[in-house]
Design a protein around this ligand. Structure first.
Ligand SMILES: [Zn+2]
Length: 372
């Protein structure tokens, strides 16, 4: 499912393609997050215009609302939402840990109460595979046990062992699905911030020979140096011929750091979430349109960006839209942020192909951080 076409000679960065059921995905790739079957404030056609072939959906949210009974009637999430590109769905585990008002983990699975109406539900490794198969996910994630930073080693050990057991159960369930479903099941490396445990988790999951692997439990509020250290430590422990995914990364510095460590795909709500608040990516760093200094600014968000927003609208007009709470503001800035990151990833892929990724990363970030 993966073809590597270039490897940077000075770091672990690699480029190529993921071969997914709804078409090839050039990697490394950022995936916009479509929590409820929609990337907020974006038309599907706009995502296609930019070039995004793979978006993310949240199993937890879709399972609770509209519910599987509804989505099943349409034959899956692609048909229900009218998106013909690829979809990766998470397992719902992370949302159960971060949103549910009550949760209890047993060997069998996790029981929780909905954050919407308080109703009680249980997810098991098997039911999560069933749900994602019903959704028609092109990549589905195993149910894993997420842990908070700072927990004791014994607790982290238990969580990773249970995650491995659940990966085996998920794999068995996936193998029982009929051949008409082509989605790939990925395992998730846990182990908290203990290197010995990360190694153990990576080894156990690699033995299962799953189609791909995610590194979970990173980018959860730890210092950037710790993130970098654990990413660089964990990524090489996974098989080279399998896709590698890190969840929750959506700023240029973290994304380029991940690419340098050999990561192929990542996702984050950050670029679209901050867009709805008027915060934009530019080559010179972040910019917030609500700032009064943009009141009559005639420049586009980023003069070097070729997106429809920057081709047509000034910072002053966009600022006005946010001040007047017009819905077009979030739409235009979301488009800009997603096109900005797509362009950056395109440049990163080209830099890897020409063997110059570390230089590209350095000059991009120096300018982005305002050191030029
Ligand atoms: Zn733009």
């Amino acid at each position: 499912m993966i073809t590597i076409t270039a490897e940077d000679p000075e770091c672990a960065a690699r480029s190529g393609f993921l071969h997914l059921p709804k078409g090839d995905v050039p990697i490394p790739a950022f995936m916009p997050v479509g929590t409820n079957g929609t990337v907020k404030a974006m038309l599907h056609s706009s995502l296609k215009d930019i070039g995004y072939p793979l978006i993310l959906g949240n199993t937890y949210h879709l399972y609770l609302r509209p519910g599987m009974e509804v989505i099943n009637k349409y034959g899956g999430l692609h048909q229900f939402s009218s998106w013909d590109g690829n979809i990766l769905t998470d397992s719902g585990g992370f949302q159960v840990f971060s949103l549910a008002s009550f949760r209890k983990i047993t060997e069998d699975g996790v029981t929780f109460r909905s954050h919407i109406d308080g109703s009680k539900h249980q997810l098991t490794p098997e039911s999560v595979v069933d749900i994602q198969t019903m959704l028609g996910s092109d990549i589905q994630m195993q149910l894993d046990v997420c842990t908070a930073p700072g927990i004791k080693k014994r607790e982290a050990m238990h969580a990773l062992e249970l995650t491995t057991t659940w990966a085996k159960r998920a794999q068995r369930r996936r193998s029982e699905k009929d051949g008409s479903y082509k989605g790939f099941l990925f395992g998730i490396v846990q182990g908290n911030f203990y290197k010995e445990l990360r190694k153990r988790s990576a080894e156990q999951l690699s033995e299962l020979e799953l189609p791909g692997y995610a590194i979970g439990g990173l980018s959860v509020g730890e210092e950037p140096e710790i993130f970098r250290d654990f990413l660089q430590f964990t990524a090489p422990l996974l098989p080279v011929n399998k896709p590698k995914y890190v969840m929750g990364i959506g700023t240029p510095d973290y994304m380029l750091e991940a690419i340098e460590a050999g990561i192929d795909i990542f996702d984050c709500v950050y670029p679209t979430r901050v867009a709805r608040n008027g915060t934009c990516f530019t080559l010179e760093g972040m910019l917030n349109l609500k700032n009064t200094r943009f009141r009559a600014d005639r420049l586009p968000i980023d003069p070097e960006c070729s997106c429809p927003t920057c081709s047509r609208y000034s910072r002053g007009y966009l600022r006005h839209l946010f001040v007047a709470r017009e819905i077009l503001g979030p739409m235009l800035v979301t488009h800009h942020n997603l096109q900005f990151l797509y362009t950056m990833m395109d440049q990163a892929r080209n830099a890897i192909a020409s063997g110059t990724f570390p230089g590209f990363k350095k000059s991009f970030l120096e300018r982005f951080r305002g050191k030029v």
